[in-house]
Design a protein around this ligand. Structure first.
Ligand SMILES: [Zn+2]
Length: 197
């Protein structure tokens, strides 16, 4: 399975999203920018390189957010999403048709690539550095959950033993297993169930 990286760059309470170029696969869809990991490259190094190539900006790659697997018709991928900080450089569009800085609550208005949707969902559930929190429109959470469950069941992601919802692949940030992947409940921190990946 091809591994790709994606950056969630937040500035002044807004998040950068980019629209795929006409002629590309998934043209017109929105994504968190990033790209394919080259052999021997760490996800962080890949992401920093891709953001330099795609926009001409230097970034500092931060906290891991989540992994999302998706079977696109053209190739199955595992998307690894990280937070990133914009350090320097004006954004140039080398590889995208548009970029937009979007308030968290407006993320739901964009047509995202399928692999990016779980990232959007996790971002909406997580607190933002501005203290903002999204109030989802009625029915949206259920619709996202149903779509994600369908995808996860097709992918054989394990169900949380307590909540019976598909779990999310995460990477341990600290402790003796730092760097190791594990399955965590998406209802964290209310549910702390984990399964070894
Ligand atoms: Zn659970």
């Amino acid at each position: 399975m091809k591994q790709v990286t994606a950056a969630v760059i937040e500035k002044d309470g807004k998040i950068l999203i980019a629209q795929r170029k006409a002629g590309d696969t998934l043209a017109g869809k929105w994504e968190f920018p990033g790209g394919k990991i080259e052999p021997g490259e760490t996800p962080e190094a890949c992401l920093r390189r891709e953001l330099m190539e795609e926009f001409g900006v230097d970034t500092k790659i931060g906290e891991f957010i989540c992994a999302s697997k998706f079977e696109y018709k053209h190739m199955p991928i595992e998307l690894l999403a990280y937070r990133a900080e914009h350090l320097s450089g004006e954004f140039k569009l080398n590889d995208h048709d548009r970029i937009e800085w979007v308030a968290p609550a407006d993320l739901v208005k964009y047509d995202f690539c399928s692999a990016d949707i779980p990232v959007v969902e996790l971002l909406l559930a997580a607190p933002f550095s501005t203290g903002e929190k999204l109030i989802m429109p009625p029915g949206m959470k259920e619709a996202l959950a149903a779509r994600e469950k369908q995808r996860a069941l097709a992918d054989n992601d394990p169900l949380c033993p307590a909540c019976k919802t598909p779990m999310v692949l995460r990477i341990a940030q600290s402790g003796p297993d730092a760097g190791a992947k594990f399955w965590g409940c998406r209802n964290y921190p209310q549910c702390r169930a984990t399964i070894k990946a």
